[in-house]
Design a protein around this ligand. Sequence first.
Ligand SMILES: Nc1nc2c(ncn2[C@@H]2O[C@H](COP(=O)(O)OP(=O)(O)OP(=O)(O)O)[C@@H](O)[C@H]2O)c(=O)[nH]1
Length: 545
Amino acid sequence: MSTSLANRFRLPLAKTLRVIHLVFISVFVLTTFLFWQQGKLFSHGYRTSQLSHLESVVARIESKAHYKIDNLRFLKRIFIEAMDDPIFPGAAIVPSEIKGDSDSSPLWIGELPLPDIIAEDLVARGEETMEVRQELYALRKIQGLFPLASAENELSADLYYISRDGEFIVSLSQEVNSLLIRSYNPHEKQGSFVLASPLLNPHREPFWTRQNIATDNKTLINGSIPVDFGGEWIGLLGIAFDNQAVQEFLADSLPESTQSAYQLFDEQLQPLTGVVGAVNNVQLSAEQLQTIRQTLESTSRGTMRSGTVFITFGKIVGTQSVLISTQTLSQGLHEDFGRFSILLITMWVIFVLFLWGAHRMICRLVRNMGSLQREMQHHALHDDLTGALNRRGFFAKTSQISPNYVDYTLVQLDLDHFKKVNDVYGHLVGDNVLIHATRRIQRAIRSQDILGRIGGEEFCIYLPDSDLKAGIMVATRIKWELEASALILEDGTALPVTASLGVASSSEHPQYTLEQVQSVADMRMYTAKARGRNQVCWQDDEIQA
Ligand SMILES: Nc1nc2c(ncn2[C@@H]2O[C@H](COP(=O)(O)OP(=O)(O)OP(=O)(O)O)[C@@H](O)[C@H]2O)c(=O)[nH]1
């Protein structure tokens, strides 16, 4: 039996477990990678959706602003037509409202901070009367159209006209009027009035400006269009929104059930409005605003993540303002992408738990199988009673190692009168004698020697690297060991145990196989029996004798 039987029984447990670990780790890594990729797609989708939400708000604001500017264009055309073809009603020179003697109407309020050039004075003095009258007539004509631009459900914008020659201001609302007057200074080199000049605005385009009213801590956002007549720049038609109006304007532009907080800023990123939408308590830091500012220098839209807060921002074309939206993690989780992300993470966790459980179960199964195999292997190769190798185990093991040794010796051992022990004392005592004998034999041999119980009361001992002489010595030692120690029975009886031993060495017959050497030792053991038992025999000729 050249192939080791033990090898056939051996389960490559460590290797199997290594393969299992490797397979599970690969599945874990691959799946996590796939989940991760999916997560990245979600993240990209989330970013895109945030940008598109912001863009839709920006587009609404831009379109509303556009609508207002279109109104201004329309009013300007009417105004110029009226200037072109003035039909003065009666002999009225200046509408009474201009004089300030009527407070019944909120319309046509005229006030000027510069007493020497006020409209009343101009009219009273008869200077420039025609032009002023023309302007006032044109204004009166478009007066009826003003509410169209500030109809209900629209932004409460306020139209105004600033006359250049007459240097007066008229507007729809007292409040805006007073704010405009406080902010207006015809000698200032900046502001909407100056920006309407042909020098700074050669194409006479509408434009947006912002005026800070320090006294009221307010900001006016102005949409303006220059008005020219007869080749002369005569004034400015405008529309003004204060912070509150802009905030309402922004709130009206948000999509329903938004999960983000929106705020409008000027181009220096100073807030123009409060926070509207799904208000959170995110406060943008100076560093974050600086990053947004820098990003907007090169692009019109952008996103950034700060911890668990997602920030989206974009310029609003024409109005020189910036819209910023912020969304916290908990707000994001209420959106579709948030819900998908939770689902994805949950699926990943469930999968990992499942994988972990399956891995543990399979490893345990393999280990159990391994120990079962080891147990089976042990049973297959060992004698249950004595624990020594059985016949199969003995020959499997010795066949495996004998090619490594040129010289080896076999001692064949058979207990004497064992049948009698069984018959007199019973099988249980017989079994104890076998156990006892095994222990004694083991005490008499070296650790590298191999003991096998190859029959009922028959043993064989393989002595590697030993010649016949060494074998005789070991066999004699075994005989003495057995002789010297009788088995003490329960009733105190000392039961002597002896054996007959035959010794044969490979050096005697170098061409013999292990089995052949063993049968020589067996014959010599029978010779020992024949010679009276309890002795060692190592010669063949004595068998014939
Ligand atoms: N108790 C017990 N008896 C066994 C076992 N295996 C074999 N036997 C008995 O061992 C006895 C062997 O008897 P024999 O082959 O006649 O040999 P012997 O009585 O020792 O006589 P000699 O060998 O000539 O000295 C038989 O009665 C078997 O039943 C075992 O595992 N336990």
